[in-house]
Unconditional design. Structure first.
Length: 127
């Protein structure tokens, strides 16, 4: 089993948490209401060694938009782990806000949920 810390809140955190916990793993979510100070990049820098591994990923990406494609394709991956899995902009993902639930709770077999499962597999396996 793995333990995953998610920095931030909102749809993406909910979706990732829903996928990760489905396999019996544990999730801890850090946000501004979790502590007296806002969560920033210093949160990880101030963590005692060994520090947790960070994985950046793109979400709500629209491959029909030139700028989205350019940023995803050209961002530097030197010294930073960036996931190959890109979470696309899909109406079903936006519905997490309306439903106040992660995708696995209301659309577990959807294409959108599969992207989160793929992202989790990539993070979990270190690929």
């Amino acid at each position: 089993m793995a333990h995953v810390s998610i920095i931030g809140t909102g749809n993406m955190g909910q979706a990732i948490s829903g996928v990760v916990t489905k396999g019996g793993n544990t999730v801890e979510v850090f946000n501004q209401s979790s502590a007296d100070t806002p969560v920033t990049g210093a949160f990880v820098a101030d963590t005692p060694k060994p520090r947790p591994a960070l994985v950046a990923f793109f979400s709500m990406a629209n491959r029909r938009k030139r700028l989205h494609c350019e940023v995803i394709d050209t961002i530097s991956r030197d010294n930073v782990r960036v996931a190959d899995t890109v979470i696309p902009s899909l109406a079903l993902i936006e519905q997490m806000t309306e439903r106040r639930a992660p995708l696995p709770a209301f659309a577990p077999r959807s294409r959108a949920a599969k992207y989160y499962e793929q992202l989790w597999a990539e993070v979990r396996d270190g690929s």
